[in-house]
Design a protein around this ligand. Structure first.
Ligand SMILES: O=C(O)CCC(=O)C(=O)O
Length: 312
């Protein structure tokens, strides 16, 4: 019987190490221009967060979890061996790996991620959930254009952030993500099927917004690099027709203090039943929404040296 790694809120391995003091945190800090870019465009990319040992270990453990019979599979919030709606393509998508394999647990406390996330949220924050997306070579499916917050309206207020980390080099050929710069100012739109028609959302957009799709930016990065995006930023990824796989792990977080907006019968929150339950009006917290950043304890003495979304 596998154990639930989510019961631990400390590092389980030596793959990542916690900085020993405030000054050690500074090596991970984004600079002011990067924070300003995130604020203006709604995203930031090419931030190195994993070394080659970390990439290899995460990749091995992802490989184990792709087998649906792997130990610990009962802890996933969602698990789709193939979520693609197109019978010609495939896409593996699962939420909850942090409770199943130690490297995916510990990556949540990776200081290269937590420092940047703190700067882009401006607050202490908690894990909401993680995600795995793997597109096989030659027939990898699409992730249709969407805004992440359209899946999260059962939490409030909107103070969320997504970090996308590549386990492979990603480019236009193997189905990298694309962002629409500044679309985080569009407001919340209805959501469409995640792995169906790539362009379904366009029906809901104004002419000007449709034109903005011409400015879409491919998020090409090396393995081990991360991108960060705002919860309303429009993004998606095309097919992988290349000879290379395209694997990613994603960390979704929210500011400490976000509450549940979920009706107890789940009626206003399709999909929310998959997550550890928090009653409507209660703070999202506890074992399964661990606090990943405690600024005061970590580098409170030098907090002024660290640019954040509120200070730039
Ligand atoms: O990996 C992908 O292609 C999609 C990921 C995504 O939608 C996200 O990180 O929010």
């Amino acid at each position: 019987m596998a154990s639930d790694l989510g019961l631990n809120s400390e590092l389980l391995t030596s793959l990542f190490t916690a900085p020993k003091g405030p000054e050690e945190w500074l090596q991970y800090a984004l600079n002011e221009e990067q924070v300003i870019q995130f604020n203006e465009l709604g995203y930031l990319h090419g931030i190195k967060v994993l070394n080659s040992e970390q990439i290899d270990t995460l990749s091995e453990q992802l490989h184990e979890m792709v087998d649906p019979e792997h130990g610990g599979n009962e802890f996933f919030y969602e698990y789709h061996s193939n979520e693609s709606e197109d019978p010609e393509t495939a896409i593996f998508h699962a939420l909850g790996a942090w409770r199943v394999r130690p490297a995916f647990h510990d990556v949540l406390w990776n200081p290269a991620f937590t420092m940047a996330a703190y700067q882009l949220l401006g607050t202490n924050f908690r894990l909401f959930h993680d995600q795995l997306f793997s597109k096989p070579a030659r027939h990898g499916g699409v992730v249709a254009w969407h805004q992440d917050f359209s899946y999260w309206t059962w939490t409030a207020p909107m103070s969320h952030l997504t970090c996308w980390i590549g386990l492979d080099d990603v480019d236009k050929e193997n189905g990298c993500m694309y962002y629409i710069p500044k679309s985080h100012r569009w407001g919340l739109l209805e959501r469409e099927s995640l792995t169906g028609d790539m362009d379904a959302i366009r029906e809901k957009l104004t002419e000007e917004q449709v034109t903005d799709f011409d400015k879409k930016v491919p998020v090409e990065m090396k393995a081990g690099e991360a991108s960060f995006h705002h919860p309303l930023l429009m993004h998606g990824s095309y097919k992988n027709n290349s000879e290379k796989g395209r694997r990613a792990t994603i960390i979704n977080v929210f500011s400490d203090g976000v509450i549940s907006n979920r009706e107890d019968d789940g009626s206003n929150a399709p999909g929310a039943d998959n997550y550890p339950r928090i009653a409507k009006g209660d703070k999202m917290g506890g074992t399964y929404y661990p606090l990943l950043m405690k600024v005061q304890e970590s580098f409170g003495e030098i907090i002024d040296k660290v640019p954040t979304i509120d200070s730039v």
